[in-house]
Design a protein around this ligand. Sequence first.
Ligand code: AHR
Length: 503
Amino acid sequence: MARKAKLIVDKDFRIGEVDKRIYGSFIEHLGRAVYTGIYQPDHPTADEMGFRKDVIGLVKELNVPIVRYPGGNYVSNFYWEDSVGPREQRKPRLDLAWRTYEPNLIGINEFSKWAKKADTSVMMAVNLGTRGTSDALNLLEYCNLDTESYYADLRRKHGDKDPYNIKVWCMGNEMDGPWQTGHKDAKEYGHLAAETSKAMKAMDRSIETVVCGSSNVDMPTFGSWEAGVLGEAYDYVDYISLHQYWNNRADDTADFFAVTDDLENFIHSVIAACDYVKAVRHSHKNINLSFDEWNVWYHSTDQDNEDMENKPWRSHPHLLEDIYNYEDAIVDALALIKFLQHADRIKIACLAQLVNVIAPIMTEENGPAWKQTIFYPFYLVSKYGRGTALEPVMTVDDHPTSRHDHVTDVEAVSIYNEEKEQLTIFAVNRNTEENVEFEADIRGFGGYTLSDFEVLEGTDMKAVNSAKEEKVKPVRREDAKLDGGILRTVLKPASFAAIVLKK
Ligand code: AHR
């Protein structure tokens, strides 16, 4: 018997407004993300500042509203003063996180300008590893204040009259991780984050802050870390971070597609931890979620570990240059659907990362920038996924995988954009063997007709793109039928669909 999935879409089943920052990303001083990634003065496409225009063009295509910077693990021993002002006076440094030589040719003076060129905004992280509140305050004054005071003056002396007005600030990075320079326990970190955030907000009332949650759901302290940190910092911060990377080391595609069932538990548990602390504090405020690192990451890991061990202190080495395949793109599509299903609490999410380092955009040093497979799910969801997320009321078949029971064949969510009179259904068929007959009841959307139907479909799960060839990219389909308010189509095995209807 044919496998089936039935979705009911109704304007009144609202999850919440999609915060556009859910389509954020991340640039760390790591590998070739910055040098020969966004910045390469001798590249034929370089602009007057040395930024690659081919890369800026692709970032604009993705329509990324916010980019986290400058780390990541890099930030935990970052001396921001060394990376601003006249270049000849900047101090090269050794980055302990990635065992790399950092020339400090790019700092916030340049990155703030790159962000403008790329139509994005900066989400800045402060160093709570080897530094603390006073350095965070100095950086905030340098970036955001227009006062007649030392660090605001210094920025002006460095040629930037107008403040950068950075609105979102991360209180360090992955401070629960023993690998982190300046790693702390939950109470110690929670206290430091609370005091830093409190002081920063005293300086600039317009900012929002993100406190570090666990580095991933499998950390031994997961759960107690969230509750412990928020126990200290609840009143002073706005978001808690979540990070997660997936892999298919077991080479089991069907089970790989089930990772978003674990993601559901992860998100659910973090919300529960936030609301538990809210309850015990008798608070009226909600802490929302900033999923500020997510992606597939494993293809390059063994080689990277070897290189960092045996060839340290190189400048912009090839690190974390995962080449993504078709199945990775499907997992990224599934993650984006999951974030949209939680649009009421997830307000920021950053695809980690943006250029060259576990990234949708790659650059050839002596050639073009090109799109990895994972470029496309992000592109489609960012393009069509703005508006109100609607609850996916679904009747759907399921299947077991090696490590998961009852994996639904189809995962879906719909986004209603009232202003544009547009309804989008995003759906992934996680069944790797069989078609699914998909039916969406959109009777509440009278007068809507099919406008775009773009899919990622493929039979070679290991297909990759390169500078020369795009094996994985969306194709258009025309064969969805809309009859009496019921939309019908067939979702191919292991595929992603964006179905767009307009009035
Ligand atoms: O994105 C790569 C690294 O992954 C980041 O630096 C760190 O925060 C995480 O462990």
